[in-house]
Design a protein around this ligand. Structure first.
Ligand code: HEC
Length: 169
């Protein structure tokens, strides 16, 4: 998909634009909405800040629409990316995911962050703040790994946690 030519993508977008743009520009997506949404992923402040900087434009309901995102036909491509990104992973709706789903998404996140596939390079080009330094990439990866471990543990503990039988770590 990423490699579709601009023309083809634009043609596709022409079809999708009406739908996409109208469904994306919901009140939830307003700029400068600082308060965390109730469904937001729970992470320590430094990690949350990295996710906001590097991921939230496409993977949350709080997209800060870039100026070039208001100019057609690029706006259609941006809208399509955001719609697609939110469908794959939406940090604003994290708490509505089933534990199994969270686990899967965390595993995807670990892969894309460690391989530096996300944020997409063309986005990094336009958004300096979305670039993660080596230290930031390591911190984010470590947090994702600990979240996976935690999710695994709570799954293994199942309903029997109250028994206190788990030899943690
Ligand atoms: C410019 C928009 C944009 C930004 C910023 C962005 N993503 Fe994405 N992301 C997408 C799109 C579009 C898809 C779905 C299509 C694809 O896989 O390329 C996606 C897919 C994903 C997936 C699913 C991968 C898979 O295997 O299908 C994960 C996980 C992900 N992104 C994590 C992140 C994380 C973590 C960040 C921040 C560090 C981030 N993304 C930043 C647009 C973005």
């Amino acid at each position: 998909m990423k490699n579709t030519t601009f023309a083809a993508a634009t043609a596709l977008s022409l079809l999708a634009a009406g739908l996409a743009v109208s469904s994306i520009k919901t009140p939830g997506g307003v700029l400068g909405d600082a308060a965390a949404a109730p469904g937001d992923i729970d992470a320590p402040p430094q990690i949350a800040a990295l996710l906001h900087r590097a991921c939230y434009d496409c993977h949350s309901n709080r997209t800060r629409w870039p100026w070039y995102g208001r100019v057609a036909p690029v706006s259609w491509l941006v809208a399509r990316d955001v719609a697609h990104g939110r469908r794959e992973l939406n940090f604003s709706e994290w708490r509505t995911y089933y534990p199994q789903t969270r686990m899967r998404k965390l595993q995807w996140m670990e892969r894309v962050v460690s391989e530096r596939v996300m944020p997409p390079w063309d986005y990094r080009l336009m958004h300096r703040q979305a670039r993660l330094s080596d230290a930031e990439q390591v911190a984010l990866t470590q947090w994702i790994q600990s979240a996976i471990a935690e999710a695994q543990q709570s799954r293994a503990g199942g309903g029997a946690v109250a028994a206190g039988s788990s030899r943690s770590r």
